[in-house]
Design a protein around this ligand. Structure first.
Ligand SMILES: Cc1cc2nc3c(=O)[nH]c(=O)nc-3n(C[C@H](O)[C@H](O)[C@H](O)COP(=O)(O)O)c2cc1C
Length: 222
């Protein structure tokens, strides 16, 4: 990206945030994880820039903060969340190096200067126990660094979700796959109903199967 393109993209995010809130959404999440654009800037192996957006940790995170600052000019910062996947390795083009975790530590600590709706982190998407630069327990590592509302995701069930909140390592738990196969997940958790299994064969496919044919009401399956 040219610097001109970065500036245009900052304006695009600003406009999109304003439009989303104007359209009635409660807030917007800056998706800065999973190998997407901001993540590519944070990562030392994908970010080869030699200008103000590459090199030092401050530079690699500059684009993200320019977007955040532009967004909070047009919508309340309490309506903005940000999502990160610090130990992503070997997926979506991301490879960790010695700068990776310090970059996320810097980012997340700096977000204490804001009053965001939440910071949303993912536990590692794969086994990173052999990766020397990786943190294996994301919520435990980053909770002490962030004073605001912390959301955690990846491979939680009801029990694990309740446990991590009770232990104080997160304030919120986000569920992905369990929600796909249980549109009434909250009701099932509340009532200790059985959960429907998700069908991986229908992930990332077209057509109705796997999208609208999971049992809707918990009472239908218990
Ligand atoms: C079918 C499917 C599609 C997904 N698509 C995306 C995506 O487009 N972008 C993204 O960042 N994460 C995507 N994810 C990952 C989820 O955001 C979430 O991190 C992941 O499902 C882990 O949470 P879970 O264990 O509760 O499912 C997807 C997950 C699934 C199952």
């Amino acid at each position: 990206m040219t610097v001109e393109e970065i500036k245009t993209t900052v304006k695009d995010f600003q406009k999109a945030a304003a439009n989303a809130v104007k359209a009635g959404f409660d807030g917007v999440e800056i998706h800065s994880s999973n190998g997407y654009l901001f993540h590519q800037f944070f990562n030392g192996l994908s970010n080869k820039r030699t200008d103000a957006y590459g090199g030092s940790i401050e530079n690699k995170t500059r684009f993200f903060f320019e977007v955040l600052d532009a967004m909070k000019e047009v919508i309340p910062q309490e309506k903005i969340g940000a999502r990160f996947n610090p130990s992503l390795d070997g997926l979506f083009g991301m490879t960790m190096n010695e700068d990776t975790i310090p970059t996320f530590e810097y980012l997340i600590k700096k977000l204490n200067n804001y009053n965001l709706a939440y910071v949303h982190l993912s536990e590692p998407f794969s086994d990173v126990s052999e990766i020397p630069y990786a943190v294996t327990e994301i919520a435990k590592h980053f909770r002490p660094l962030y004073n605001g509302t912390l959301m955690i995701n990846t491979a939680f069930d009801q029990e694990k979700g309740n446990k991590i909140i009770e232990e104080g390592y997160a304030d919120l738990v986000a569920y992905g796959k369990p929600y796909i196969s249980n549109p009434d997940l909250v009701e099932r958790f509340e009532n200790n109903f059985d959960l429907a299994e998700w069908d991986e064969d229908t992930f990332y496919t077209t057509g109705a199967k796997g999208y609208i044919d999971y049992p809707k009401a918990a009472k239908e399956t218990v």
